[in-house]
Ligand binder design. Structure first.
Ligand SMILES: Cc1cc2nc3c(=O)[nH]c(=O)nc-3n(C[C@H](O)[C@H](O)[C@H](O)COP(=O)(O)O)c2cc1C
Ligand SMILES: Cc1ncc(COP(=O)(O)O)c(C=O)c1O
Length: 215
């Protein structure tokens, strides 16, 4: 398949030092608000890259569910591939691919396991179907068939009761989340001629230094 003709020239805007907030989280919130306003589909979707201790990387999409001064929060199964990799090597990277605004944000940092109270509070907000799904799916394990998966869901539904019936579904012990505490945050804005703007916050003592990188 020849893809050489697929080409966009970027020119929606620019990014310069005076545009930046003092803090990268504040800057991220500003851009995320603009992405939400622009109607981008799943504006909180991000790629999480993890790696084994011997440096084999893997990546997948997850949803950013909370953002605070300490970092970027997502929820998942601790017994999944990403969970195993983060348990052995907490260094990870996030990527927000905001194509319609010709922007990306890259984060490098360290993932902390969320405390159970925070996990519990988020789990309670999920639809019952997703709560039951968290029990039914041994995320990242091989399954025999779609039918086996459906049977596992049906067993969990029988145990906890379907939508509108039964008590609250407890949080599975293997289900939880991570807060990625950033060390580096890059804001990228596409520019004509591939001469993009790249402004990078790097943690420096108690604050941040900002550098511009060549595109
Ligand atoms: C848009 C999108 C959002 C997703 N959000 C999550 C999420 O928040 N948590 C999660 O565990 N999986 C999420 N997934 C599924 C993951 O991409 C992935 O398939 C799953 O977590 C297993 O990854 P692993 O085997 O590398 O651990 C999402 C997938 C997509 C496409
Ligand atoms: C397997 C899985 N877990 C968790 C999530 C996180 O989203 P939510 O908590 O809104 O279900 C997703 C979203 O796609 C998902 O696919």
């Amino acid at each position: 398949m020849d893809l050489t003709g697929l080409r966009e020239e970027y020119g929606r805007g620019g990014l310069d030092l005076p545009d930046l907030a003092d803090d990268p989280i504040e800057m991220f919130e500003r851009w995320l608000a603009q992405v939400i306003d622009a109607g981008v589909h799943e504006p909180n979707a991000m790629v999480v890259a993890t790696a084994t201790p011997d440096g084999r990387p893997s990546s997948r999409m997850v949803l950013l569910k909370e953002l605070g001064p300490r970092g970027f929060v997502f929820f998942t199964n601790h017994a999944s591939r990403k969970g195993d990799e983060l348990a052995a090597n907490a260094h990870c990277a996030l990527l927000f691919p905001w194509h319609p605004l010709e922007r990306q944000v890259r984060v490098e940092g360290v993932a902390e396991v969320l405390d159970r109270a925070e996990v519990e509070a988020y789990f309670r907000t999920r639809p019952r179907g997703a709560q039951i799904g968290a029990w039914a799916s041994a995320q990242s394990e091989v399954v025999d068939s779609r039918a086996a998966l459906a049977a596992s869901y049906a067993r969990a539904e029988e145990r906890f009761g379907p939508d509108g019936q039964g008590d609250a579904v407890p949080v599975p012990p293997h289900w939880g989340g991570y807060r990625v505490v950033p060390e580096v945050v890059e804001f990228w804005q596409g520019r004509p001629g591939r001469m993009h703007d790249r402004l990078v916050y790097r943690r420096e003592g108690a604050g941040w230094e900002v550098v511009r990188l060549a595109p």
